[in-house]
Design a protein around this ligand. Structure first.
Ligand code: DAH
Length: 334
């Protein structure tokens, strides 16, 4: 057979063999048998040198063309086989049920906090924040809480072994001071956050819990504003049958001071008429003086309540420790 007549059949055979290769290994072998150093196609190309000067150009052109076709076929087949190798070996059963991902959800305390914040935002309160590691000044002194006050006792408060006697804040009231130090009146903020006390855990106590603080400072602010605000927020949170009552009390940073009791069908279900839920009062003039607000011009009220209390009422939970045990079976329910 003449040289030129061999090209086409060899190319056809090569392409057929490339297609017949069913995996990448076989394909590389086929490639070698045609295009490798000892390959059949390489052998044919070597014969090119034996041709006469006249025959060479046409033969060269033809064989190069055939080689290019072969290489293109090789690349195409390799891509097919690579794709095949990447696909799952077992046939896919599209009728099988999908894999369910378990969806997490917000902790009940986070949900309640967000709802409280939402209710306060409706009436123009902004959210403020302060550090959980506080100093005595912001936690006590600036709040007119004298050095001999029991709240400052190491029996009641976690002090850190730092030179300036830092502590884990015992209430969010410290945020009142931090806000007033930073901005001139009027002020309308709430401050949700974690607080710490040297308490033994039982059904109604936990050494860490959450509070929400409120502070409203403006001209001619009254206790009536406070009562209306508290009533509005509790009704938003816990339903329209909620009633609120103020009972005289003592806090060193407010004067007069009150405890807020709260009543609803839920409370009555617990066998009580009223449930104590928050402390509040008109901001003490000494607190205003400390932060540089003129108490002759500015008036204000403040409150602080426990978020767990509200969550317990809302979800009818009877043990505060459940919030902190991280038992998914409990948390899933809310
Ligand atoms: N800080 C108080 C507590 O932890 C609650 C409180 C009472 C906050 C009266 C206030 C307030 O802002 O005016 O028990």
């Amino acid at each position: 057979m003449s040289f030129l007549d061999q090209i086409e059949p060899l190319k056809q055979a090569a392409i057929a063999d490339l297609h017949a290769a069913t995996d990448l290994g076989a394909l590389e072998q086929t490639k070698g048998s045609y295009l490798g150093a000892q390959g059949k196609f390489t052998g044919l190309m070597k014969q090119l040198g034996t041709l006469s000067k006249e025959e060479k150009p046409a033969a060269g052109k033809l064989i190069n063309q055939a080689k290019a076709e072969l290489e293109a076929a090789l690349v195409a087949r390799r891509a097919e086989l690579e794709l095949k190798a990447a696909l799952p070996k077992e046939p896919t059963d599209f009728t099988l049920p999908g894999r369910r991902r378990t969806l997490g959800k917000l902790h009940p305390l986070t949900q309640v906090t967000e709802d409280i914040v939402r209710a306060f935002r409706k009436i123009g309160f902004a959210v403020a924040d302060g550090p959980e590691i506080e100093d005595e000044y912001h936690c006590f002194d600036a709040l007119n809480t004298p050095a001999d006050h029991p709240a400052r006792d190491s029996q009641d408060t976690f002090y850190l072994a730092t030179p300036n006697r830092q502590l884990l804040r015992t209430h969010t009231s410290s945020v009142q001071i931090r806000v007033m130090e930073k901005q001139p009146p009027p002020v309308r903020i709430i401050a949700p956050g974690r607080v710490y006390r040297r308490d033994n855990a039982d059904a109604t106590h936990n050494p860490t819990f959450q509070q929400i603080e409120g502070l409203y400072v403006d001209k001619r602010v009254t206790i009536g504003d406070l009562k209306g605000t508290v009533e509005f927020v509790f009704q938003e949170l816990l339903g329209n049958d909620v009633r609120v009552r103020f009972r005289p009390h003592y806090f060193s940073y407010t004067e007069p001071s009150f405890e807020i009791d709260f009543s609803s069908a839920m409370v009555r279900k617990m066998g009580k008429e009223w449930l104590e839920i928050a402390g509040c009062g008109m901001v003490h003039p000494k607190v205003f003086e400390t932060v540089g607000y003129d108490p002759e011009i500015w008036t204000g009220w403040a409150f602080g309540f426990g978020i767990e209390r509200i969550a317990m009422l809302r979800y009818e939970i009877n043990d505060i420790r459940l919030f902190y045990e991280n038992d998914v079976r409990f948390l899933k329910q809310f």
